[in-house]
Design a binder for this molecule. Structure first.
Ligand code: GAF
Length: 386
């Protein structure tokens, strides 16, 4: 991390010919449980991870914004007055979308100074670990500071979501930005996506001798297209048919009536969301009362629900989850929006090597490309680094 910070500052100086005023960073996330519940005003339990996006920034004395990054050759340059969702495209839509969204949250884009910004990241792109939220959140905390806006981390999460929804065009919920901004070391963020009340829940993985393994299948996904939007539409249709404003208002006890009212596919989408909300509550209780070794069955049940009812898994994710479960994991599930990306497995330290070898073997046997596997720890949310 220290090296990357120095590298970003050096690259900033090379690219812009001057020193940065400061360095800000924001983490990617793993969702422990609570999938596709955020836009249904339900519950989620993500954690920020020890993979971060770093933004070196310097204020300009004009109104131009210049944006460079280690992952794109181009330097994007635009006047702040011209920053509108329609004028943005490519990866720069994320940082510039944040500037625009800050304008919708009180920043006077005609009065604030321009900026030069250089971005680098250790959050893998397309792995379902919220590289986009990390990028948005790093820029949001940086501009919040240099423009002296005084927005809270929770408000900055809404800024990031607005940028993602409108400037990028992905109809996502508030979970990823909340995890990136509110995350806390060794803890998960228990978020009520209706009230936006957040509680920090200690995980205690290390004390329990557990590791959180990420299995990045390499199957790429995109939330601006296809399946994600279709699932969201099904949930909204289900809520309408049940006469509620969101599926948050449907409980497990309401499912027998829902089965009578809804077609089979919509019913299964609804059942996933309703039971997943309950699993989040059960997981929080289990973590608090019994410790992390007790949440395995809830993780496994969450995966089955996503595979069979919500139908957002892919064969690579199912194989990673099953193999982890059969080779010593306490529990495993796909994480994030689905249709690719990563699975997570909660594994006793002593069994990590066995799980890694088993997954490698199983992927080779099925002719799947080797997954990228690494352990993560729960990290602090977005902050100024220097
Ligand atoms: C993606 C979205 F960005 C989140 O808002 C959430 O809906 C998640 O998929 C599924 O739980 O990460």
């Amino acid at each position: 991390m220290t090296d990357l910070r120095d590298d970003v500052l050096d690259t900033f100086a090379e690219v812009f010919g001057r020193q940065a005023d400061g360095l800000w960073s924001a983490p990617g996330r793993v969702n422990l449980i609570g999938e596709h519940t955020d836009y249904n005003e339900g519950f989620v339990l993500p954690l920020a991870i020890n993979r971060r996006t770093i933004a070196a920034v310097a204020v300009r004395d004009d109104t131009r914004a210049r944006i460079g990054s280690s992952f794109a050759d181009e330097l994007v340059e635009i006047d702040l007055a011209e920053v509108h969702p329609e004028s943005l495209g490519g990866w720069a839509a994320y940082p510039l979308g944040v500037a625009w969204a800050l304008g919708r949250h009180g920043a006077d884009l005609a009065a604030v100074p321009g900026f030069d910004i250089l971005i680098d990241s250790t959050v893998p792109v397309g792995a379902g670990l919220s590289s986009s939220a990390a990028l948005e959140s790093s820029v949001a905390v940086a501009l919040n500071d240099i423009w002296q806006l005084g927005l809270t981390p929770a408000e900055l999460a809404s800024v990031g979501q607005l940028a993602e929804n409108v400037a990028v065009g992905a109809p996502t919920g508030i979970m990823d930005q909340s995890a990136s901004l509110l995350g806390r070391r060794d803890s998960a963020v228990f978020l009520d996506c209706r009230s936006l009340d957040a509680e920090i829940v200690p995980l205690g993985f290390e004390a329990a001798g557990l590791e959180l393994l990420v299995i990045d299948t390499g199957v790429s996904h995109a939330h601006a297209t296809g399946g994600y939007a279709a699932r969201r539409a099904s949930c909204e249709a289900g809520a309408r048919a049940l006469g509620v404003s969101s599926l948050r208002d449907v409980g497990v006890d309401d499912l027998p009536r829902a089965r009578e009212v809804l077609d089979d596919e919509t019913f299964r989408r609804v059942r996933h969301v309703v039971t997943e909300n309950q699993r989040v509550l059960d997981t929080v209780r289990a973590l608090r009362e019994l410790g992390p070794a007790s949440i395995g069955d809830l993780l496994d049940a969450s995966h089955r629900s996503m595979r069979d009812d919500f139908e957002i898994s892919v064969p690579e994710l199912d194989l990673a989850v099953e193999t982890a479960q059969n080779s010593g994991a306490v529990g495993a599930r796909m994480t994030g929006g689905g249709f690719g990306g990563s699975a997570i497995a909660l594994v006793p330290s002593a069994h990590v090597s066995r799980v890694l070898v088993s997954i490698d073997g199983a992927f080779a046997e099925h002719g799947f490309a080797q997954p990228d596997m690494f352990t993560v720890t729960a990290a602090d949310g977005a902050a100024r680094e220097k």
